[in-house]
Design a protein around this ligand. Structure first.
Ligand SMILES: Cc1cc2nc3c(=O)[nH]c(=O)nc-3n(C[C@H](O)[C@H](O)[C@H](O)COP(=O)(O)OP(=O)(O)OC[C@H]3O[C@@H](n4cnc5c(N)ncnc54)[C@H](O)[C@@H]3O)c2cc1C
Length: 331
């Protein structure tokens, strides 16, 4: 039996949603890898049972759970020690983790100690005919997509958060939670977390927002971004952008959506004056509903849009803002 592992990241003592995205990937791999099962590796302190069950209902056949006071907060040394011990004990074939700060810290640290290969920041995973993991990621500044095979075991990869949707809950699914005892001493945790300070400069980031309103070159000039901000504010969303306008200095890099920017999958993505280049689509095409306003009826963005408005955004957006402001005043 080959085990496909996902690293179920924990934040503030709860399983982070990104773990359920990894289960979508793992379910796909399981369908292609004969005789395989999915296991989730969960570490922390007093993680609610409901979260372990949710991992099962969303696709895990097993949950390896390690509970220890020294695992209360993510610190790479004890986390890696536990992960290595589990790997040596259960010998998984594949391990995928999110390309978040945790995943990007834990996986390289662990891969070096195990002397095994790791592909970081994958956007695609597949299985070849021989049962090897195919790991696809942008390379050479995003100009090519490279597919990588690892000759060592386990095969390890981190996957871009928001590059797929979370696996849905299936109430009928069953699995087992295996509590594993791994001994840890204070010496295994030389670094202590004292405090966590949230960045308060950005109210909602593009990756966290349910609604993203993005502007592209069609906005015309930096000053016109104020209509993008106003529309986002009225909808309670965040402001995104194409790389073109970031390169022009109309807006800063953290707003950039796409291959060399952020990957987002909000409930609603509104593209204003964005042509829909392949690099932009790579960062937003999994959004639930895509709305585009573009004056060119042949713009690529309309190919992925659920709702398209062919028109001048400088005429359409002010009307939208006016209507939304009127609605807000009525409430
Ligand atoms: C390695 C690499 C990585 C890249 N990474 C990214 C990335 O992460 N994100 C990204 O976005 N791009 C990325 N790009 C750049 C990408 O190829 C495009 O150049 C870029 O996305 C174009 O941005 P745009 O759609 O704003 O501009 P354009 O392609 O110029 O499109 C502007 C659109 O606005 C429309 N328009 C103009 N005026 C109006 C108006 N008044 N009303 C309505 N519509 C109007 C036009 O019809 C047009 O469709 C990358 C490129 C490379 C080579």
């Amino acid at each position: 039996m080959k085990e496909i592992w996902i690293y179920a990241e924990v934040r503030e003592d709860r399983v982070n949603e990104v773990a359920y995205e990894l289960l979508t990937r793992a379910l796909d791999l399981k369908g292609k890898l004969e005789d395989s099962i999915i296991s989730a590796v969960l570490m922390g302190r007093n993680i609610p049972d409901a979260d372990k069950q949710e991992l099962i209902k969303r696709g895990a056949d097993r949950v390896y759970y390690v509970d220890n006071p020294l695992l209360k907060d993510f610190v790479v040394e004890p986390y890696s020690k536990v992960l290595i011990e589990l790997i040596n004990r259960y010998k998984p074939e594949i391990i995928i983790a999110p390309a978040t700060t945790q995943g990007r810290t834990l996986m390289p640290y662990t891969a070096v100690r195990l002397q095994t290969g790791l592909t970081a920041d994958c956007t695609g995973l597949d299985i070849d005919e021989a049962g090897n993991l195919l790991q696809t990621r942008p390379a050479i500044g995003g100009n090519v997509m490279a597919t990588i095979r690892t000759s060592t075991r386990p095969q390890m990869a981190t996957v871009r958060p928001h590059s797929t949707r979370p696996a849905p809950i299936d109430e009928s699914r069953e699995g087992e939670v295996i509590e594993v005892d791994v001994s840890l001493t204070e010496e295994d945790a030389p670094v202590k977390k004292l405090e966590y300070l949230k960045d308060k400069t950005q109210v909602v980031t593009v990756q966290d927002a349910d609604i993203v309103v993005s502007g592209g070159r069609g906005i015309g000039r930096a000053d016109n971004f104020k209509i993008v901000y106003r529309l986002a504010e009225l909808l309670g969303g965040a402001v995104g952008a194409s790389r073109d306008v970031v390169d022009r200095g109309w807006i800063t890099y953290p707003h950039q959506v796409g291959l060399s920017g952020k990957t987002v999958n909000p409930k609603v993505y509104i593209a204003l004056g964005i042509s829909g280049s392949i690099q932009h689509l790579a960062g937003m095409q999994t959004s639930e509903t895509i709305i585009a306003i573009n004056k060119d009826p042949d713009a690529q963005i309309f190919r992925v849009s659920d709702l398209g408005i062919v028109g001048d955004l400088h005429e359409v957006v002010p009307v939208l803002i006016e209507r939304l402001e009127a609605l807000k005043n009525e409430i």
